[in-house]
Design a binder for this molecule. Structure first.
Ligand SMILES: [Zn+2]
Length: 382
């Protein structure tokens, strides 16, 4: 058997399979072909994995990659080159009115996979930049439930859920109404809703009361107001109960979505984020979010274990996406992997309020495998 690629003797960390061990991994026909302690040399290309960690291809569950079509969009391949992301999940950049352009002009040309939550609002996030900031839900005439359902069905291979940004900045005086419409749509499509919260209205409690098991609260550890903790730093009961009944908590870091104080308090009180994501866009890609690898290192520095960090960008988002072929390196799954090197030193991490923590180890990108081949646009392992 000749494989396309073998990574020899790397430390494979695959929480979905409960594996953290030194193994060989072989790829062929775009898939993981074999995982074993020693595979031999029958490959077109062999990479010495000594000193490398081999992770399932990273899934960044909250991004904005409709570059050129929306003012907040960043280039997915540019982000992948520095972060090793193999699947980007766009969080509502496009709505029913411009999803076709996103698919035709961006998604079909991207080497990394792009999946998308469709925005409940027809134009998607159309007015987000340094110069213009107008929320897409501020005029309810922009929301057409039937058109959203029709377009989501047209692009059913791409659409993984419905995004609703509710809050003062995204919806003005619309309050909770866009979320109610999004849930009506998601129920019709049998897909999850991703709900963004910012400044009230609506309050976190109004939002959480509506979310169903499997729906996603993004910006879950945002700072006051609508933080998950009260003034005594105690996790609010509504937050705890929503998490217990299966609402997924997604970080959605961005430039307003994560602060250390509520995040550490919640984690100290046993509420861990289910999914780590960058919410990368034009206002966060050069800090404080940067990219998913930076977010992983940040949460490693604040006390999550390496296994928990990797699970939150592989196994858990893949399950939410209902894509069991992603997020793992089990034989037969899609041949996406991210190669990283463990570095020691001192690094500073900042939240959206400017608070800082330091970490003394980090993962640095060494290579990206997409569809069973080393991606030539990213860094190459030595
Ligand atoms: Zn976002």
């Amino acid at each position: 058997m000749t494989y396309d690629l073998i990574i020899k003797a790397g430390r494979m960390v695959d929480p979905a399979q409960g594996i953290d061990a030194t193994l060989d991994i072989a790829f062929s026909d775009g898939k993981v072909a074999k995982v074993a302690p020693a595979i031999g040399d029958g490959a077109m290309r062999t990479v010495d994995g000594t000193g490398l960690l081999v992770l399932p291809g990273l899934i960044d569950f909250h991004t904005h990659v409709y570059w050129g079509g929306t003012s907040l969009g960043v280039d997915a391949e540019e982000m992948a080159m520095r972060s090793g992301t193999t699947t980007f999940v766009d969080a509502g950049s496009a709505g029913a009115g411009n999803m076709a352009g996103f698919v035709k002009h961006v998604i079909e040309h991207s080497d990394p996979r792009i999946l998308a939550f469709i925005n409940v609002s027809f134009p998607g996030i159309f007015g987000f930049s340094k110069a213009v900031m107008v929320g897409e839900n501020s005029d309810l005439r922009l929301l057409s439930a039937r058109e959203c359902v029709r377009v989501a069905r047209e692009f059913r291979d791409t659409i993984v859920g419905v995004k609703a940004r509710i809050g003062f900045n995204a919806g003005g005086a619309s309050g909770i109404a866009p979320l109610d419409i999004a849930i009506e749509i998601a129920d019709e499509l049998d897909l999850p809703v991703m709900a963004h919260i910012d400044f009230p209205p609506p309050s976190r409690d109004e939002v959480l009361a509506r979310l169903r098991p499997g729906d996603i609260l993004t910006h879950c550890f945002r700072p006051f107001p609508n933080a998950p903790i009260d003034g005594k730093r105690k996790v609010r009961d509504t937050i705890r109960k929503a998490h217990e009944r299966g609402v997924l908590f997604d970080i959605g870091h961005g430039y307003g979505g994560f602060a250390f104080e509520p995040g550490k308090a919640a984690m100290d009180q046993g509420i861990m984020p289910d999914i780590l994501s960058s919410d990368v866009h034009v206002l966060s890609k050069d800090g404080p979010a940067y990219d998913i690898l930076h977010i992983m290192n940040k949460f490693w520095a604040v006390g999550m274990s390496l296994t928990e960090v990797v699970r939150a960008v592989t196994e858990t988002p893949a399950a939410s996406l209902r894509r069991p072929e992603l997020g793992s390196l089990a034989e037969g799954t899609i041949g996406d992997a991210t190669l990283v090197r463990l570095e020691t030193g001192t690094w500073e991490y900042h939240d959206v309020l400017g608070a800082m923590v330091t970490g003394n180890q980090r993962l640095a990108l060494a290579g990206t495998i997409i569809g069973g081949k080393l991606w030539d646009k990213g860094p190459q392992p030595a």
